[in-house]
Design a protein around this ligand. Structure first.
Ligand SMILES: [Zn+2]
Length: 328
């Protein structure tokens, strides 16, 4: 019964996540993961070969023609909440009714007006609210001021991590489950703080494929950069069940490495739509991840006790029938 319910809840099997991370004038995210050495000894895996499928169809080497993507899940994570995303990418997301996860820097939203001279600045609160209302996007925290968190003392880092969660929840009235590390800058201390602040998910800036063993506080991604070809994105998505994409800005004529072509972006969404890919938010993916964990756990329990519960060490009791005080 439980198992059938869980399986019925398993709506998503393939996921791609898009993340937009880089601010203008800052070094490339990839060069900034100096504090990520803990990953080298981490028990978590970034790649699960069992997820891998043949990447390229010989009849369709570009990988952008018709493809059945109904068992593929894609998550778009968009960092920084640039206004260009609202102006240019939002109409496309709306056309295909696709949600995404938006990493918001609270200082920039609270000012009420776009604060950055480049690319028309950042989204206003009312614009983010419109995305929530019309597309059911997920608002994620991208800190209050976009610092290198590992360089901060703990009190300041806590304000960036926990303070931004409180602000976003009061601005939009919804639990904020996801934290997006500015510049992908995270170490064991920052990861612990993110977990303690009540987030359930942390999105990193490292390449990889989310899988069953992934650390939910270091979700890996595939980054859309200026030099990334549309065919490579399609190939990546076709080659694995779940893809998390990182996107910074979508513009007509990309000129810096964090920008991607709006024309290619439109083609990508159309291709996902034609192929019936499942496009979900990161928090929706996280729920699915837990469902699948529970399914496995349930199966393990069933296998461990093939003849029922007579070997259980702990006796079942009727709490109401006992006289002892029980915390509820
Ligand atoms: Zn960022």
């Amino acid at each position: 019964m439980i198992r059938s319910m869980l399986v019925a809840m398993s709506a998503f099997s393939v996921t791609t996540l898009m993340v937009v991370q880089q601010l203008p004038g800052t070094p490339a995210a990839d060069s900034l993961q100096v504090n990520d050495s803990v990953l080298l000894t981490s028990p978590y895996r970034t790649e699960d070969r069992r997820d891998s499928l043949p990447a390229v169809d010989p009849l369709d080497p570009m990988g952008i023609d018709a493809a059945d993507l109904s068992d593929r899940t894609v998550v778009f994570t968009i960092d920084d909440a640039y206004h260009s995303i609202f102006a240019d990418a939002y109409p496309l997301f709306k056309q295909y009714r696709m949600p995404f996860t938006l990493g918001v820097i609270t200082d920039y939203v609270r000012s009420g007006e776009p604060t950055h001279a480049n690319s028309g600045g950042f989204m206003k609160r009312s614009e983010i609210q419109e995305l929530i209302d019309s597309l059911h996007i997920e608002v994620a925290s991208h800190s209050t001021s976009h610092p290198f968190l590992t360089r901060l003392d703990s009190a300041t880092a806590w304000k960036e991590i926990q303070g931004s969660k409180v602000i976003l929840e009061s601005l939009f009235g919804k639990e904020v489950m996801t934290f997006v590390y500015p510049y992908g800058d995270v170490d064991a201390r920052i990861r612990r703080m993110v977990e303690r602040a009540g987030y359930r998910i942390g999105r990193a800036v490292r390449s990889g494929t989310p899988n069953f063993w992934v650390d939910p506080y270091r979700i890996p991604m595939f980054e859309l950069r200026m030099e990334t070809r549309l065919a490579d994105v399609a190939k990546h998505i076709r080659g694995r069940k779940t893809t998390v994409l990182l996107v910074h800005q979508v513009v007509r004529e990309p000129s810096v490495f964090t920008e991607w072509s709006i024309a290619d972006f439109g083609e990508l969404l159309a291709w996902l739509d034609r192929g019936n890919a499942s496009v979900v938010t990161l928090s929706a993916l996280f729920r699915e991840w837990w469902v699948e964990k529970l399914v496995r756990f349930t199966e393990e329990v069933a296998a461990a006790y093939p003849d029922g519960r007579k070997h259980l060490l702990f006796q079942e009791v009727d709490v109401d029938a006992t006289e002892a005080a029980h915390p509820r």
